[in-house]
Design a protein around this ligand. Sequence first.
Ligand code: S3P
Length: 172
Amino acid sequence: NLMQTTLEKYMNNIVLCGFMGCGKTTVGKNIERITDRKFIDMDAFIEQKQNMTVSEIFDKYGEQSFRDMEFEACKELAQMNNLIIASGGGAFTFERNVNVFKGIDKIVLLDVPLEAIKFRLRNDTKRPLLQRPDKDKAMEELYNKRLPLYKSAADIVISGKGTPKKTAEAIV
Ligand code: S3P
């Protein structure tokens, strides 16, 4: 049906934001399964372009260069539509990235309590910001600093405490 096709074509993106380990990627893949939207993971998108992992980018070029790549990825992805995008945990803490999506795409904060995040990330080796001896304290500080930024960026706040499937359904 032409009407439906036209509507779908111009559907704006759903962008998941929230702290590392809140489930953006897993929930995003679950949304892809129950809608006609294509899932894109922003970190994976950057990794493909650079042909390096996020850790390698941090090691080789430093965090600031990663943030610039992330900003470019935001701009590129915002030009597409009908996507479900999992952002990186730092993306929505920078106003320039928020401004790229704000008012156009639906920004969804996946809200998960700090204690659950700490547990989920206890054995993580892939996130450069957490590879340090005082990991729990670093997470706590970052979390408290970032939560208000995520909240002010988001159009909708959804609890990410349940199963990824249930959370995906709630978002849809
Ligand atoms: C980051 C989160 C990571 C990744 C990079 C930096 C952050 O994404 O973009 O390690 O600043 O919180 P996830 O949220 O997928 O862990």
